[in-house]
Design a protein around this ligand. Sequence first.
Ligand SMILES: C[S@@+](CC[C@H](N)C(=O)[O-])C[C@H]1O[C@@H](n2cnc3c(N)ncnc32)[C@H](O)[C@@H]1O
Ligand code: SF4
Ligand code: SF4
Length: 350
Amino acid sequence: MTKKSSYTTDGKVVTLSSEKDVNLRLAEIIGKKFSDYRDEWDKANNMEIVTDFPLFLHLDMNQECNYKCPHCIIGTPAEVKEYYEGDYINFDSFKKIIDEGSEHNCPSMEPQGNNEPFLIKDLHKYIEYAHNKGFIDIMLNNNGSALTSKRSSQVLDSGLTRLRFSLDAHTPETYSKVRVGSIPLERVIRNIETFLELRAKGNYKLPLVGVSFCKMKQNEHELDDFINFWKNKVDMISVQTYVPPTPNIDKYKIYYSTDQLNSEPINEFKCVQPFQRVVIKNQSIAPCCVSFNKNLIIGQIGKKGAIHKAWNSEKMNNIRDLHKRGEFYLDKTCNDCVNLIYPNNQIPRN
Ligand SMILES: C[S@@+](CC[C@H](N)C(=O)[O-])C[C@H]1O[C@@H](n2cnc3c(N)ncnc32)[C@H](O)[C@@H]1O
Ligand code: SF4
Ligand code: SF4
């Protein structure tokens, strides 16, 4: 790692990249249209502009996973049942969503939410469809268990730009505790290495590959070793802030990292997600990726133009205005969310 830099897009995920900022590398590979999109993204993130259509379509495709990580909502099926409804996104509804995005030149998307994306049969065909429809930044997180070499080759040809492997541990002991039900860590590492070898052999520039670590009380002692192990092997390392997945704080507070518990109270919070994206959770359109945001739902997919309508709806404009003013506490869901992210928040909290 010659030059170390770090950046964050949402205040929750910090990416440490080697040599150059990941977005600069992508701009070099993809060209001016990529840097133009990032310029627009930065303006939206600074709340300087509201685009006519979201810059990012985040698709929470289904709630199926082969792991049961205790810090993730998927680890508790009763909570999934409480907070999710509607049919999963199948290839037909996926195509309709992508077609609408394409009509509006939407630049980025992620076909993964609270699930394991590689359990979707032919996932590469979904990615290819979005790529062929003009999406220039297509990203995914995965747990690394289902990426066989055959599927790796399919992914390399699909148009994916960023592929992150969530590990959350450096040692097998910690891995099996924070990633319950997992295959052994060494097999996941082998899958990542195979992917990197195939990428190198085929001279593919994309996707950039990263590993991620959700920092918690149970694994924080391994973060430095984790970074040292991976820093010269992958293009990016993401360190995620742990956020309790539901307001059941008594159950989830045991995962807060020491830093979070000792953090200073916040002075201000303005959420950028409603300026960047919509999250399509099965059939519902939401302004953010939080699992317990039923009250914030702004529409349903199905009818032509549904995403554009939801993005420009009065309800969505009100959510953006609320955050622009820094008055997140006026909305119960946003207030719960901020209090979960920042356990020492003192701005009106109930
Ligand atoms: C929900 S997973 C879905 C994709 C895939 N199954 C995986 O594990 O990468 C997406 C990302 O969210 C992270 N994550 C899960 N629960 C979290 C939590 N409570 N706080 C912060 N990040 C979390 C995971 O570590 C992973 O990097
Ligand atoms: S592998 Fe991903 S989706 Fe599955 S339980 Fe763990 S964090 Fe959640
Ligand atoms: S609940 Fe509110 S504060 Fe939390 S991510 Fe969603 S919009 Fe942002």
